[in-house]
Design a protein around this ligand. Structure first.
Ligand SMILES: O=C[C@H](O)[C@H](O)[C@H](O)COP(=O)(O)O
Length: 260
């Protein structure tokens, strides 16, 4: 961890020094080491590679581009979002699509939270639908994350709820139905630099379900929510992730595997 010393004055005017830990820096380092490790272990020549979304994946695509260049690899990249597609273009990588590459060798993606059973919350950046489609077409799904995403139970560390992508006209009945069965609270996600709701890459809205019961059967919950007309997809990824890499602040990587 990186430490700097910050000058400050006490009330009597005595100069004091206060340590400031650059946690943002260690968080970025943690993302980077996890991403680099996963790409180094799973990218091979001629592979079809699913490019996840989010801030951690940016490091994975950087590393991928380096490997493609230095090792002269042929890799076809399938994006999981508008952002992922832009990253593929930015690094001059080869863009593919599911029409021509319906089976992927590996997808590397971020997560908002990973529990002890390797169930994931995804969609904090609104990209869950295409991410789940691409992961479902991949022989292996790998998660890359910093240490803050590693939880025993969902909701322990990620406090923004489970994202649910919905058809806009149905958001109020969907919200009411979920809360009446499972409790908690649901918020329509608002855009930051635009008045009104977030509109996904697929033209839908996102509901964030702030659940209160951390001991639910997430497979059943996800299936039941998906059965509500108007729900497009949930950000619960159950039995999909094969391995997770958690970067630590000091630069090491902790691995966890699932037996799928
Ligand atoms: O919608 C966004 C995706 O599910 C991301 O993979 C997830 O939010 C993690 O993103 P980050 O790597 O920025 O924490």
């Amino acid at each position: 961890m990186c430490l700097i010393v910050n000058k400050c004055f006490s009330v009597r005017g005595i100069l004091k020094f206060r340590p400031v830990f650059l946690s943002t820096m260690s968080l970025e380092k943690a993302k980077q080491v996890a991403a680099y490790r996963a790409v180094d272990e799973f990218v091979t020549n001629n592979c079809v590679f699913g490019v996840g979304s989010g801030s951690t994946v940016v490091y994975a695509v950087q590393r991928l581009a380096e490997k493609v260049e230095t090792e002269n690899l042929k890799v076809t990249c399938i994006p999981t979002s508008f952002q992922a597609k832009q990253l593929i273009f930015k690094h001059n990588l080869t863009l593919g699509e599911l029409d021509t590459n319906p089976i992927l060798d590996v997808t590397i993606d971020g997560a908002d939270e990973v529990d002890a059973n390797m169930t994931l919350i995804k969609g904090g950046g609104g990209c869950l639908l295409q991410e789940k489609i691409v992961a479902s077409c991949s022989k292996i799904m790998i998660v890359i994350a910093d240490y803050t995403k590693d939880s025993k139970k969902l909701g322990e560390r990620y406090k923004k709820g489970i994202p649910i992508e919905v058809i806009p006209m149905a958001y109020v009945p969907i919200k009411n139905k979920i809360v009446s069965v499972y409790g908690g609270d649901i918020k329509l996600r608002s855009a930051v630099a635009k008045a009104g709701p977030v509109v996904t890459d697929n033209g839908n809205f996102i509901l964030d379900w702030l659940f209160t019961n951390q001991d639910l059967d997430w497979h059943n919950v996800s299936t039941a929510i998906k059965n509500i007309p108007g729900v497009v997809e949930t950000g619960l990824f159950v039995n999909m992730c094969h391995k997770a890499y958690f970067g630590q602040p000091e630069g090491i990587v902790i691995e966890r595997s699932a037996s799928l």
